[in-house]
Design a protein around this ligand. Structure first.
Ligand code: GDP
Ligand code: MG
Length: 599
């Protein structure tokens, strides 16, 4: 097909504004999916994605549309992840498009997440087509949303397409708008091959499936290709399009989107953002802006039962097959034994991985406090990075300064909650940058904040203090020096490394105290007294004591009822399974979890 009959676009939307429903409608109206196979949200295939209502990986689908002008068009819809954790993947997917559909809920209006993605689209020179969805809702206010699109985003909204994805209204109009307004790709049809890798996944039967957007030239089955960043040469065993399941076409021409299979073993060999060209006749230069996805948050994952260690490793390897942004290396903890230090894109990413390990692989886990990556500068001029509190330099080791990563966060919130948001940001060591009212009701507040403060519970707190009305998005802005210290937690005099954390000096005592108090609640009394302390080096900054427990659980049974006694002992044993023995003290699994939620 000629390039002038191709359109490549993605859909940008705040969560719940109707992206998946619109995508489903487009598939349905173009006959890509038969009525019979139509299940809600075809694009969100992973169970967890459906449940959490988020798209984790980018997906692509090719639709064929017979337009009013009598021509048949190839439309490539590239779905993008909706959460800030996956912003790198969003920007790569957008780079594979010429246009984007911006979906805004007619009753909710523009949200912070929408803005972040629109800016990304504009940076990528995409033509943005505004769509106002859910016009069937009684609370829909199309004029108000049009004004917001113009005032807040700065896009002309007069020609916004009005849809109800639910009722199937405006879908033909949307398809026509895509063809009229989104430019066709314009590349060298005959030139040396240049293609962008924008996603990849591992298929149990077919191996690595690499998603590509062809710019110049053409990919054919049997071609010898080269991956730019590694120089690795591979053969195209199969190529084709998603419609929506994989359909081999033997060829992907200039301007098209589809998949290739090359027999590589892991997705690390075809990383998102990299360039593909022909081995024999390569293009002159690669596409701009490739960098491997980067972990932002690190935590140790430990099996509750040491028997599960090798299962955990196998499971992480399997998950990594499909997720190049998950990293892990073996690690040992005095408290927790053998486990893995894992790197994640963000806290949501971590939650998803932990959840999948539990659910799909049946592994009971303890995770240590998530940490960001710190930079340590020494007196002697050397410097290094650490992502584990245990590596924090002790006093007297010649440490000069420690830097931590900062983000710039934009929070969009109704004016009644501005005070609460600012208070929260201050608590989290935020530095106020700016505030603008985007309409008479809502303000956009900008703060610089340490990433470490964001990764724990910022988002939950923000939601609860604004009754769910705030939306939040952030970008990394680099490293800055902070007054940081390591706090250790001692149980019965033994430091439990899994509880150690790095904190700003001003918050060290209060956080140490909060953890001691929490542990006092959670660790059951035992036959002896258990001191719980927080320490800064040798200095104790907080202390709680768990009193000794005298009674035996079976004491009440006067030696009489033997079955009852057995039952009690059974119950106690059950409880023990989910405990971790630290020195002579047993700490329940939930202690590790609840400590993470404190600050
Ligand atoms: P996404 O998070 O942007 O992918 O949003 P979804 O497509 O999952 O939609 C979120 C919710 O809004 C779902 O319950 C949809 O059924 C509903 N929804 C989507 N489009 C419309 C619409 O046009 N009208 C109404 N009333 N509800 C809609
Ligand atoms: Mg969705």
């Amino acid at each position: 097909m000629l390039q002038k009959f191709k359109r490549n676009f993605s859909i940008i939307a705040h969560i719940d504004h109707g992206k998946s429903t619109i995508a489903d409608r487009l598939l349905q109206v173009t006959g890509t999916v038969s009525e019979r196979d139509m299940k809600a949200q075809v694009l969100d295939s992973m169970d967890l994605e459906r449940e959490k209502g988020i798209t984790i990986k980018a997906q692509a689908v090719t639709l064929y549309y017979d337009a009013k002008d009598g021509n048949r068009y190839e439309l490539n819809l590239i779905d993008t992840p909706g959460h800030v954790d996956f912003i790198y993947e969003v920007s790569r997917s957008l780079a594979a498009c010429e246009g984007a559909i911006l979906v805004v809920d007619a009753a909710q209006g523009v949200e912070a997440q929408t803005l972040a993605n629109v800016y990304l689209a504009l940076e990528n020179d995409l033509e943005v087509v505004p769509v106002i969805n859910k016009i069937d809702l009684p609370a829909a206010d199309v004029d108000k949303v049009k004004n917001e699109i113009e005032d807040v985003i700065g896009l002309p909204a007069d020609d916004a397409v009005l849809t109800s994805a639910k009722a199937g209204i405006g879908i033909e109009e949307l398809l026509e708008a895509i063809i009229e307004r989104i430019p066709a790709p314009e590349h060298q049809e005959e030139g040396p091959l240049k293609a962008l890798i924008f996603d990849s996944h591992f298929d149990d039967y077919r191996g690595v499936i690499t998603y590509v957007r062809v710019l110049d030239g053409c990919i054919k089955k049997g071609d010898k290709i080269k991956i730019w960043s590694t120089g690795k040469e591979l053969e195209i065993l199969e190529c084709g399009v998603f419609s929506p399941v994989m359909k081999s076409t033997g060829e992907l021409s200039s301007g098209s989107v589809g998949y290739i299979i090359t027999g590589v073993k892991t997705i690390q060999d075809t990383q998102v953002g990299d360039t593909i060209t022909h081995a024999k006749k390569p293009c002159a230069e690669p596409l701009q802006g490739y960098r491997p996805a980067q972990s932002m948050v690190y935590a140790g994952l430990y099996p509750i039962s040491t028997d599960d260690y090798s299962d955990l490793r196998d499971a992480l390897e399997k998950l990594q097959l499909n997720d190049a942004s998950l990293s892990f290396v073996p690690e040992t903890s005095l408290a927790l034994g053998f486990g893995f230090r894992c790197g994640f894109l963000g806290l949501l990413h971590m939650e998803i991985i932990v959840e999948r390990l539990r659910r799909e692989y049946n592994i009971d886990l303890i995770s240590t406090s998530p940490s960001v990556e710190y930079r340590v500068h020494m007196e002697n001029g050397s410097s290094y990075t650490i992502d584990n509190p245990c590596e924090f330099p002790e006093a007297g080791s010649g440490k000069k300064a420690v830097e931590e990563p900062f983000i710039k966060g934009n929070i969009l919130v109704p004016k009644d909650y501005v005070g609460n948001v600012m208070e929260l940001c201050q608590e989290k060591r935020g530095v106020f940058i700016d505030m603008n009212y985007i309409d008479e009701n809502r303000a956009m507040i900008t703060y610089e904040l340490p990433l470490a403060e964001i990764v724990i519970d910022f988002y939950d707190k923000l939601k609860s203090r604004t009754r769910g009305y705030a939306s939040f998005e952030y970008e990394m802005i680099g490293y800055k020096e902070s007054k940081l210290v390591k706090v250790d937690i001692l149980v019965s005099g033994n430091p439990v490394d899994a509880f150690s954390f790095i904190s700003h000096a001003d918050h060290a005592s209060s956080r140490g105290r909060a953890i001691c108090e929490k542990l006092k609640e959670i660790i059951p009394r035992q036959q002896f007294e258990i001191p719980i302390q927080a320490a800064l080096g040798a200095k104790i900054i907080a202390r709680e004591t768990i009193r000794a427990f005298r009674k035996n659980v079976t004491a009440k049974c006067y030696g009489g009822d033997i079955t009852r006694k057995k039952k009690l002992l059974e119950k106690q044993k059950e409880g023990k399974k989910r405990m971790k023995q630290i020195g002579n003290v047993e700490i329940p699994q939930e202690a590790f979890v609840s400590v993470l939620k404190l600050n």
